[in-house]
Design a protein around this ligand. Structure first.
Ligand SMILES: [Zn+2]
Ligand SMILES: [Zn+2]
Ligand SMILES: [Zn+2]
Length: 273
């Protein structure tokens, strides 16, 4: 599989909208890998994970052909991960010429949110809903997907995802604190080809483990995966979803993570596994 990181920031982006903090000022001057859009991914040119407010510009930057997209996974309904209005443009009749249905995998609450914001039904938006609260493999084309409940925010029904294709398994795990024990059980023994872990609170709150993770807890998350037999010497581990409140520039994160064999993601990074 081939995974492109379209954005690697938490909700406010980096430099954060409206922010005059020291880290945003430095990021603004540095540019490059210190510019981070809101989190999202393109997988194998046919699958999108999260569809937030930066998706349109990301699609132009990385040449994403939306007519080839077969499925969209939404981790949860927070505004930095889901912009329902973008799906309104699938209704045709002067908006877009859209013939094909796409699969969408998420919690029932995500679909309710899309219906509420767009005022349309899923048939009109040409969305085939694959509703899940996690814990089961769901087929979509040649891909198998399992949601696993995260510990993120009340009412958000956030999930992390296992994605299986061609005998490879990817874990996408952002917007989560330490997992509930039931969720760790679901991961037991699953050999990961690559794991993308969050580190929203970075070096500023290294021991945070509820709702989001700080640096030390990202390491602990990785260690727990290793204890459960999910990580082999070939598993690539990546950290992403950084907030300006992490108090870390890209190089600070690289210096912190590199000794632990974790790669710091940046916008545009593409990995093949
Ligand atoms: Zn987020
Ligand atoms: Zn800031
Ligand atoms: Zn969130």
């Amino acid at each position: 599989m081939k995974l492109r990181f379209l954005g690697t920031a938490a909700a406010e982006g980096i430099p954060a909208l409206w922010c005059s903090c020291e880290y945003c000022r430095k990021a603004f001057e540095l540019g490059g890998k210190d510019f981070r859009h809101r989190t999202g991914y393109l997988l194998d040119n046919d699958t999108i994970i999260d569809f937030g407010p930066d998706f349109f510009s990301q699609s132009l930057t990385y040449g994403i052909d939306l007519t080839q997209i077969k499925r969209v996974l939404i981790t949860h309904l927070h505004e930095d991960h889901l912009s329902p209005v973008e799906f309104l443009f699938r209704k045709g009749n002067g908006f877009s010429q859209t013939e094909n249905f796409i699969d969408m995998i998420s919690s029932p609450e995500t679909f309710r949110h899309i219906l509420k914001v767009t005022g349309e039904d899923l048939e009109t938006l040409k969305i085939n809903p694959l509703r899940t609260y996690g814990g089961e493999w769901i087929g979509s084309g040649d891909m198998q997907i399992m949601g696993i409940p995260a510990d993120h925010a009340a009412g958000a029904w956030a999930m992390i995802y296992l994605i299986k294709r061609d005998n490879k398994i990817l874990l996408i795990a952002h917007d989560t604190g330490d997992l509930p024990e039931n969720s760790w059980d679901m991961l037991k023994g699953i050999k990961l080809s690559a794991a993308v872990l969050e580190c929203t609170c970075g070096l500023a709150s290294p021991d945070l483990r509820r709702g989001h993770l700080g640096f030390n807890e990202t390491l602990r998350f990785r260690d727990r995966l290793a204890e459960l037999g999910c990580i082999t010497e070939n598993t690539g581990i990546f950290a992403t979803h950084f907030s300006h409140n992490a108090h870390a520039l890209h190089n600070d994160l690289v210096n912190a993570f590199a000794p632990h064999k974790i790669e710091t993601a940046y916008d545009g990074l593409e990995i093949t596994f």
